[in-house]
Structure formats: structure tokens, C-alpha cells
Design a protein around this ligand. Structure first.
Ligand code: NAP
Ligand code: MG
Length: 399
């Protein structure tokens, strides 16, 4: 068979622990036999991040800006214990945080649905994609304990020195608490554009919700920026694509999500996204089946699994014990990136190959062959559990 050729390189970000092992298996057994893989390789494994003083993470993000498509393996975010485990020079920041800061993107998380692993909400027959605004609000707050007898005020000074002041609360008869939060028009606008672009890209409706009836200035600003960008830049494209932008109140959205069958993107403010992405992920089944893509407002895409490096499985692997780690989300990170590369470079074969690999993966599980995490929850009767390598081998056979 002649291998599929690529034009523009894919940015490849290797990672750590069990997912690093899976990474190599996927490349060797599922991709390079069929695709003449053109990738610009960045080793984001913790040792190499340490030896480059984390320069490699920044370089990989800049390469993503340049080429437009990246695929990332899960990576360790160091903590005190990792400092000793890897004798690190510094407690390097989360690579995802660094990459997100450079690409200024929004993260979209979607479950992969297979027969036998039914969501806890029976009506959810299609995936629900959560888009979380990853800037501001409570996550960049200032807060304080206020002693009785104090007066709290909201003060800001404009560039000419004019001071605006509003009373927050008079704590005349009790102690209390206060919190100051902010967001920026620029960040909200980037968030909105990423969401509108992703909706067009995946041909799904976009939902957005805030509490603008109560927060008449702050949350209302989110609603207005979305509405303005939609009207001016996206409305006709949405109509042409036959998809809808739908705005409602956050509590109404929560109630509708449970009664709806899925198949849309739910854009959430930072806190709502934090809560709802974990709720939706756990209701859909397994972390090993959740994909994630970072979309920058100027159209760069970085695909990854939503889970981490599966450390406990890696320690077992190091002790020479058998593991049964689910590689589906990492496979779908690769297929997402290959599909996008194929689309951008007009290489139909490449996108088709990625779809075949996705189908082979789902067919494998639906035929009853699965890793331990799915084996524990699958309702299939003829199911049997395979190990990490065995699962990828079974997919390769079908592919
Ligand atoms: P994790 O790697 O997601 O694993 C947590 C647990 O979830 C595992 O122990 C396993 O449960 C289950 N699990 C997750 N993915 C699985 C898969 N593919 N197949 C089967 N089971 C799976 O989270 P963590 O243990 O909290 O974090 C480990 C490391 O990953 C940390 O160093 C953290 O910094 C990093 N991390 C990286 C990213 C990223 O790069 N995007 C995200 C999160 C965490 P059982 O042990 O019960 O089987
Ligand atoms: Mg959370």
C-alpha cells in the first residue's frame, strides 16, 4: 500500500508516563504504517522540559501558531513530590496553562460515545461539548475578610484620574466577606469567536448562558458581546450552515440540557464550565473517552485527551505488571489533528484515514473488546478485557 502523503507538518507534543507509552504505540501501530507522518516533534516530557528550562513548551506553542494544528500527549504538571521524583530545577508551570496563554484559546471537551457505555442520562444520545471560558471571574479574584464596622466600596480610576465609587456593603453590625472579580472585552470576544468558529467547524448549534437578569452589567456584558459578534460576523454563516446560536439564562440552560438529546456546544463562563464539564464528563462514563481541543481565536487547533498521564497505571507498568489503560481519547486526539490537517491542506485521503481509524476504534469496543475502565461499566454481554497493547493491536487488525 502506498502511504498517504502530508503537506504541512503537524506539531507533535510528546508527554509523560503511561500516555507517553500509549503515544508511541499509536504512532507505530496505527498511524505510520499508513501515513507518511510529517510532524515537527517537541518533547514535552518532564525531563526535557526541565533540561530546556521549559523553553520547549513555549516553542511548541509558537509552532502551533505557525502551522495551525497540534496534537498533544498528557503531561505532568509538577508539584512538590515531582520535584524530588524527577530532581527538577524548578517547579515548572502547567504546560497546558503555558500553551493556552500563548494561543489565547478556548477549550472544548466532548465525550466519545459507544454502544454499551450508556450515559447516566438516558436521553443523551449525542455528545454534549462543553466550551469553558478559561479567563477571569472568580479565577482571577481578589477577596478579603471584612471586620464589623467596615464599609466596602467598589472603586476604579480612569486614565484621567477620575474616580468612580459604589457602595458594596456597609458591615456595620457584623463581620463579612468581599470579592472583586473582573473580565475583559478582549477575552470575552476571543471566547465568543472561538465558540462561533468551532460551531461552524463541527456543524453544531451553540448555546450560551449567563445570569444577566441578576448581574445586569457584568453578565450582561457577556451576553451583549456575544450578540454583537454573532450579528456582525457569524449570523449569515450560521444560517447557511443550518445551525443556531441560542442564548438563555444559566439555570434554564441547566434544566434544558438534562431534557435534551445532545449534539450541541454549550459555551460556559469560567465557573459554570468548571462545574458543568466535570458533571457532563462523569455522566457520559469514562475519563478515557473524553477528548479536548484548544481553539485559538485566530484558528489554531491543539488536540489532546482530557485525562492526565494515568500515573498509577504507569507505576504498575514500571513494576512489570500488566496494565489496561484506555487509549481512545489519545487516538481521537491524533485523528482530530489529522482530520484538521487534511481539511486545511485539502488532502481528502488523510481526513478519510482519520475517520476510518475512529471507526475501527469504536467498532473494536462495540464488538466487546475493551480496556478495564470500560469493561467495568459496559452493558455488553460478550465483553472481554484486554491489556493496553492488546487493545491497540485489536484496533490495528480492524483498521
Ligand atoms: P489522570 O491521569 O487523569 O488519572 C486519574 C485516574 O483516572 C486514573 O488513576 C485512572 O483510574 C483513571 N483514568 C484516567 N485516564 C484513564 C485512561 N485513559 N484509562 C483508564 N483509566 C484512566 O489524573 P491524575 O492521576 O490526577 O494525574 C496524573 C498526572 O497527570 C499528574 O501529574 C497531572 O499533573 C497530569 N495531568 C495532565 C493533564 C494534561 O496534560 N492535560 C490533565 C490532568 C492531569 P484508576 O487508577 O482507578 O484506574
Ligand atoms: Mg473542575
Amino acid at each position: 500500500m502506498q502511504k498517504i502523503e502530508m503537506k504541512t507538518p503537524l506539531v507533535e507534543m510528546d508527554g509523560d508516563e503511561m500516555t507517553r507509552i500509549i503515544w508511541k504505540l499509536i504512532k507505530d501501530e496505527l498511524i505510520t504504517p499508513y501515513v507518511n507522518l510529517k510532524s515537527e516533534y517537541y518533547d514535552l516530557g518532564l525531563e526535557h522540559r526541565d533540561s530546556t528550562n521549559d523553553r520547549v513548551t513555549v516553542d511548541s506553542a509558537n509552532a502551533t501558531k505557525k502551522y495551525g494544528v497540534a496534537v498533544k500527549c498528557a503531561t505532568i504538571t509538577p508539584n512538590a513530590q515531582r520535584m524530588t521524583e524527577y530532581t527538577l530545577k524548578e517547579m515548572w508551570k502547567s504546560p497546558n496553562g503555558t500553551i493556552r496563554a500563548i494561543l489565547d484559546g478556548t477549550v472544548f471537551r466532548a465525550p466519545i460515545i459507544v454502544k454499551g457505555v450508556e450515559p447516566l442520562v438516558p436521553g443523551w444520545t449525542k455528545p454534549i461539548t462543553i466550551a469553558r471560558h478559561a479567563y477571569g471571574d472568580m479565577y482571577r479574584n481578589v477577596e478579603a475578610i471584612v471586620p464589623k464596622g467596615s464599609k466596602a466600596e467598589l472603586v476604579f480610576t480612569d486614565k484621567d484620574g477620575n474616580v468612580s465609587k459604589q457602595l458594596v456593603h456597609d458591615f456595620n453590625d457584623t463581620n463579612g466577606i468581599i470579592q472583586g472579580v473582573h473580565n475583559t472585552d478582549k477575552s470575552i470576544g476571543s471566547f465568543a469567536r472561538s465558540c462561533f468558529n468551532f460551531a461552524l467547524d463541527t456543524r453544531q448549534d451553540l448555546w450560551f448562558a449567563t445570569k444577566d437578569t441578576i448581574s445586569k452589567t457584568y453578565d450582561h456584558r457577556f451576553k451583549d458581546i456575544y450578540a454583537e459578534i454573532y450579528e456582525n460576523e457569524y449570523k449569515s454563516r450560521f444560517e447557511k450552515a443550518g445551525i443556531e446560536y441560542f442564548y438563555t439564562l444559566i439555570d434554564d440552560a441547566a434544566a434544558r440540557v438534562v431534557r435534551n438529546s445532545g449534539g450541541y456546544i454549550w459555551a460556559c463562563k469560567n465557573y459554570d464550565g468548571d462545574v458543568m464539564s466535570d458533571l457532563v464528563a462523569s455522566a457520559f462514563g469514562s475519563l478515557g473517552m473524553m477528548t479536548s481541543v484548544l481553539v485559538s481565536p485566530d484558528g489554531a487547533y491543539e488536540y489532546e485527551a482530557a485525562h492526565g498521564t494515568v500515573t498509577q497505571h504507569y507505576y504498575k507498568h514500571q513494576r512489570g505488571e500488566e496494565t489496561s489503560t484506555n487509549s481512545v481519547a489519545t487516538i481521537f486526539a491524533w485523528t482530530g489533528a489529522l482530520k484538521k490537517r487534511g481539511q486545511l491542506d485539502s488532502i481528502g485521503e488523510l481526513s478519510e484515514f482519520a475517520e476510518k481509524l475512529e471507526k475501527a476504534t469504536i467498532d473494536t469496543i462495540e464488538s466487546g473488546v475493551m480496556t478495564g475502565d470500560l469493561y467495568a461499566i459496559s452493558s455488553l454481554e460478550n465483553k472481554h478485557k484486554v491489556n493496553t497493547q492488546g487493545f491497540i493491536g485489536e484496533i490495528a487488525k480492524r483498521l
